[in-house]
Design a protein around this ligand. Structure first.
Ligand code: PRP
Length: 230
């Protein structure tokens, strides 16, 4: 039997995924070592391999078949636009993709003014403004701490993930428009789904049953899809 390889978005998504797998009897003790710098972990008994990757790289590993299966936030899947099968909403890491900014920006959004939009998600932002709102905007790509942009005058608004809303509140910003809901998803390589149909189908079935039995994500605070330890 060949190894089935999983690419997990490192951080809380990976931890919650492993907690879920553990309830199905799939364990990987070496992964629990907080001090480990290892990136690949093996379960010899079940012929499974798990590796931890930067969230934005997970769809790439899966598309090219370096991983059969990936677990990553829907934000990343939408942003990366890779060719893969999205097979399951895992039900954790729930949050929203929103347009946020100071209250004063609300009017500019409503009047369709040419504004600047800063985001870690330029494709999602572009799709929203150009294809859904039909509003021409200038999109500026940032790599983190996006809430800074409207505060220091880089942009009028941001497109970003909102989970508890505490980052927005702490910085005097608000949700101005909601783009979509997000959660952690399981994605599968297109060839793997055919070649490993039986094993993957069984895993999805087991995960669905676990979800139905209300997997308690309180074991680990799953956080939002960005998966960062807070
Ligand atoms: C994410 C996101 C927001 C924050 C939202 O940031 O970009 O900044 O979490 O969560 P909240 O609504 O619960 O405050 P992340 O922690 O990934 O850090 P980043 O700024 O480096 O992207």
């Amino acid at each position: 039997m060949r190894y089935l390889t999983f690419a997990l978005a490192k951080g809380r998504l990976a931890k919650t995924t492993m907690a879920m797998f553990e309830q199905l009897g799939i364990t990987c003790e070496a992964m629990k070592d907080k001090d480990t710098r290892k990136l690949i972990f093996v379960n010899e008994e079940k012929k499974l391999k798990f590796f931890l990757a930067k969230a934005s790289d997970v769809p790439t590993y899966v598309e090219y078949g370096a991983a059969d299966i990936g677990v990553v936030g829907e934000d990343t899947i939408l942003e990366e636009g890779r060719s893969l099968y999205e097979v399951m909403d895992l039900g954790f890491g729930r949050c929203r993709m929103c347009v946020c900014g100071p209250v004063s920006a609300r009017e500019k959004l409503q009047h369709g003014e040419l504004i600047r939009v800063a985001s870690k998600y330029p494709h999602i932002a572009k799709d929203y403004f150009y294809n859904k709102k039909f509003q021409t905007v200038e999109i500026i790509k940032l790599n983190g701490s996006v809430e800074l942009a409207p505060i220091v005058g880089l942009s009028e608004v941001i497109v970003d993930i909102v989970e508890t809303g505490s980052t927005l509140r702490a910085n005097g910003l608000e949700v101005l428009e909601e783009i979509c809901d997000l959660s952690a998803r399981m994605v599968v390589n297109q060839v793997s789904l055919k070649m490993e149909q039986e094993r993957i189908r069984r895993l999805i079935q087991d995960l669905r049953a676990l979800k139905a039995a209300k997997f308690k994500s309180t074991i680990i605070d799953a956080g939002n899809v960005s998966g960062k330890e807070k």
